[in-house]
Design a protein around this ligand. Structure first.
Ligand code: Y39
Ligand code: FE
Ligand code: FE
Ligand code: FE
Length: 230
């Protein structure tokens, strides 16, 4: 948001750029793959919303294919091992919650935290992306707002009975997001994405989301500051 379009200064074919891209591109591909699996799992947990959730999962699968094409376009091989480790914390917590039938926790992890992270990252990436990746990412980010909205609406409609579980899930998972950001800070900067801008956009998006669900301003301050110093 505070970023000036910097594409003219970026050499998309330099070894430095391609090395950083091999990790960031992998993270995005792995994230989209996990999002695909997570929405299928949520469809099993919310059978009355199965068709809608399967539709969301298919969108995630298309996103994955789009970002794989972005890597190929720059002749970059994504470092999938790095990406699986990068997502392992949120992945484990989602799996555990799903096994325990904690749909509120699953929605917080995928539809709020991960979608807000994606929206922040993609919006910051668009002005500094290569032409091919920019067009792909512009299409993807529109879908991510739809996914975020799904979680928002469900949690708003079930707010009173979800509140305590949301607080606990936020406390467990938000610090992991800050740790993830720290791990990619240097690579993101090479791509033209500043950590401060990522944090700012994430906080704005996540705060708005919590407000839409029904949390008070005071709750939002408390919830969104969790683990920020990580
Ligand atoms: O719902 C989705 O499609 C989300 C899975 C995708 C997550 C993308 C994670 C982006 C993090 C990039 C970090 C760059 C600094
Ligand atoms: Fe901004
Ligand atoms: Fe996606
Ligand atoms: Fe998504």
């Amino acid at each position: 948001m505070q970023q000036v379009a910097a594409t003219s200064e970026i050499d998309f074919h330099s070894e430095t750029y391609k090395d950083a891209y091999s990790r960031i591109n992998a993270i995005v591909i792995e994230g989209e793959q996990e999002a695909y699996e997570n929405y299928i799992r949520l469809a099993q947990m919310l059978p009355n919303l199965k068709d809608e959730l399967i539709r969301l999962s298919k969108m995630e699968n298309r996103h994955k294919k789009g970002f794989e094409a972005c890597g190929r376009n720059l002749q970059v091989t994504p470092d999938m091992q790095f990406a699986r480790e990068f997502f392992s914390g949120l992945h484990q917590n989602f799996q555990q919650a799903a096994s325990a039938g904690q749909v509120v926790t699953c929605l917080l992890i995928q539809s709020l935290i991960i979608e807000c992270f994606a929206i922040a990252a993609y919006n910051i990436y668009i002005p500094c992306a290569d032409d091919f990746a920019r067009k792909i990412t512009e299409g993807v980010v529109k879908d991510e707002y739809t996914h975020l909205n799904f979680g928002e609406v469900w949690l708003k409609d079930n707010f009173e009975q979800s509140k305590a579980e949301l607080e606990a899930a936020n406390r467990q998972n938000l610090p992991i997001v800050w740790q993830m950001l720290n791990k990619v800070e240097d690579d993101a900067r090479v791509l033209g994405m500043e950590k401060d801008a990522l944090v700012e956009d994430f906080m704005i998006q996540y705060g708005e989301t919590l407000a839409n669900i029904g949390f008070s301003t005071r709750d939002i301050m408390r919830l969104s500051a969790y683990g920020l110093q990580a």
